[in-house]
Write a protein that binds this ligand. Structure first.
Ligand SMILES: Nc1ncnc2c1ncn2[C@@H]1O[C@H](COP(=O)(O)OP(=O)(O)OP(=O)(O)O)[C@@H](O)[C@H]1O
Length: 399
C-alpha cells in the first residue's frame, strides 16, 4: 500500500502547533466511526435530571447522545450518557449496567469515572467525569499525527490503564482511537466506553467478537476463542500506529479485503518513523496471539528506554495495590461490606444474600473470581485515599 502524500509530507511537528484537517485523513480515519443510532435524546437543553441541568450535545454513539450537564449546586461539569430503556433489549441493559458499574468502581487517572447513575422509568442517565479536550481522533484529524514524544506519553498512560484493568481480570475489548479522550490541557488521555468490557480468566476463553473492525485482532475475525488481554494489546498497537502515522494500519473499503489485510499483519511504516517505534508496533501487531508481546513486557522496549517507567505509574499500580490473583483473594475477608454488595446488586448482579454466599465460597476456596475482583474494586473505590490519584507532571518536564 502506498502512503498517502499527505502523510508523507508531514514534517516532525510540535504537539502545540495546530494544523488544518485533511480530507484524506478524515476519509481514512472517520470511516470506522459508527453513526448515531436513530435515538434522539428526550432531554433537551435546560431540562433538569436529578441535580443536573442539561446543556448542549457533546457527542453521540451507538447507545445514544452524550450531553454536557452542569450540577445545580456545585457547578461541576459532567458528560451525561442518555440511554432509553427498551425492555426487550437485554444485551443493551447488560452493556449499560456493566459500563455504569465499572465506571463507578474503577479508579485510575486515565480511566474516565462515573459520578452518578440516574434511572427513570424511561431512561438511564450515566454521568461521567467531563473530559474537556475532545476525542484524540478529532485532535489528530485537526492537527495531524502526533510526534513520537507525545505519542509515548499517551502510550505510557494507556498501558498503565490497561495494566490496571488486566490485573483486575477486566478486558476493555473496544479499545479504539474514538474511545480515548484528551483532557483540556492536552496532557492526559482518558479511556471511555466500558460497555463491551468483560471479565476473563486463564481457564475460560472469551468468545464474543466486539469492538471496531479496524482495531480488531485477527483471531477475533476467525471467531477463535481468546483469553482476553492479548486482544487489547493488538488494539493498543493499532492506536499507537494511528497516533504516530495519522492513519489506520489496515484499511480497505471492502470488508473481506480488510479482514485479509488484518490477518496478514503486513504493516507499511512511513519513513519518518523511528526504528524503536516500528519494533514496538510490530510486536504488538503480531498476528499470532501467542507470540504477541504481553502488555507488561511492552514497557521494556527501547522506545521507552529514556524514561523511567516507574515515574509514570499511578499510585494505584504500586506494589501495595496488586491485582495478582492470590493476593487479591487474600484481601477478601468476611464480614462483607453491605454497601458494596448493594452497589453490585443495583447494577444487575444477584441478590445481596446470593452475592454473600458466592463471596463466602470464594473466601473458603481462596479463589479469585470476577465477583471477588468487582467486590474488592468496590471496597477500594470507597477508600478516600485512593479516590483522587496523583496528577501527572506536565509533558515538557518529562522530555
Ligand atoms: N466523559 C466524557 N467527556 C466528554 N465527552 C464525552 C465523554 N464521554 C463521551 N463523550 C463524547 O461522546 C462520544 C460518545 O461516547 P461513547 O463512545 O461513550 O458512546 P457510545 O454510545 O458508547 O459509543 P459507541 O458507539 O462507541 O459504543 C465520545 O466519542 C465523546 O465525544
Amino acid at each position: 500500500m502506498k502512503l498517502s502524500p499527505l502523510v508523507e509530507n508531514y514534517s516532525s511537528e510540535s504537539f502545540a502547533v495546530p494544523r488544518k484537517p485533511t480530507i484524506s485523513k478524515i476519509d481514512t480515519l472517520s470511516r470506522h466511526q459508527k453513526s448515531t443510532s436513530g435515538y434522539v435524546g428526550t432531554a433537551g437543553p435546560g431540562r433538569h435530571i436529578g441535580n443536573w441541568i442539561i446543556r448542549r450535545t457533546i457527542g453521540s454513539g451507538s447507545m445514544g447522545k452524550v450531553k454536557l450537564a452542569i450540577h445545580t449546586t456545585t457547578g461541576e461539569k459532567a458528560a451525561m450518557k442518555m440511554i432509553p430503556i427498551t425492555p426487550a433489549n437485554t444485551k443493551q441493559t447488560v452493556r449499560i449496567q456493566r459500563e455504569a458499574l465499572l465506571g463507578r468502581v474503577l479508579r485510575h487517572p486515565n480511566i474516565c469515572p462515573v459520578i452518578e447513575t440516574i434511572r427513570t422509568p424511561t431512561c438511564t442517565y450515566i454521568l461521567f467525569e467531563y473530559v474537556g479536550g475532545g476525542q484524540l481522533l478529532e485532535y489528530i484529524l485537526a492537527n495531524g499525527r502526533l510526534d513520537e514524544g507525545t505519542a509515548r506519553l499517551f502510550m505510557i498512560q494507556l498501558l498503565d490503564a490497561l495494566r490496571y484493568l488486566h490485573q483486575n481480570f477486566i478486558v476493555h475489548r473496544d479499545l479504539k482511537i474514538e474511545n480515548i479522550l484528551l483532557t483540556e490541557d492536552l496532557r492526559q488521555v482518558k479511556l471511555i466506553d466500558f460497555g463491551l468490557s468483560n471479565f476473563y480468566s486463564q481457564s475460560d476463553l472469551l468468545q464474543t467478537y466486539c469492538g471496531s473492525l479496524y482495531f480488531a485482532a485477527p483471531e477475533l475475525l476467525d471467531a477463535i476463542p481468546y483469553n482476553g488481554p492479548e486482544v487489547d494489546v493488538w488494539s493498543l498497537g493499532v492506536v499507537l500506529y494511528v497516533m504516530v502515522c495519522g492513519r489506520v494500519p489496515f484499511d480497505d473499503i471492502s470488508v473481506s479485503m480488510l479482514h485479509s489485510k488484518i490477518k496478514s499483519g503486513k504493516i507499511e511504516f512511513p519513513s519518518y518513523l523511528s526504528s524503536d517505534c516500528r519494533a514496538l508496533i510490530s510486536a504488538m501487531l503480531n498476528v499470532d496471539p501467542k507470540k504477541r508481546i504481553p502488555l507488561e513486557q511492552t514497557c521494556r522496549f527501547p522506545w521507552f528506554k529514556q524514561y523511567s517507567f516507574s515515574n509514570y505509574m499511578s499510585p494505584l499500580m504500586s506494589s501495595s495495590f496488586p491485582g495478582i490473583s492470590s493476593i487479591r483473594s487474600s484481601m477478601l475477608k468476611p464480614p462483607f461490606n453491605t454497601k458494596v454488595l448493594q452497589l453490585l446488586h443495583d447494577h444487575g448482579l444477584s441478590s445481596v444474600p446470593e452475592l454473600k454466599h458466592e463471596l463466602s465460597m470464594a473466601y473458603t476456596e481462596r479463589k479469585t473470581t470476577p465477583l471477588v475482583c468487582l467486590y474488592l474494586l468496590g471496597i477500594e473505590s470507597l477508600a478516600p485515599a485512593l479516590r483522587i490519584p496523583k496528577a501527572l507532571p506536565p509533558v515538557h518536564s518529562r522530555y
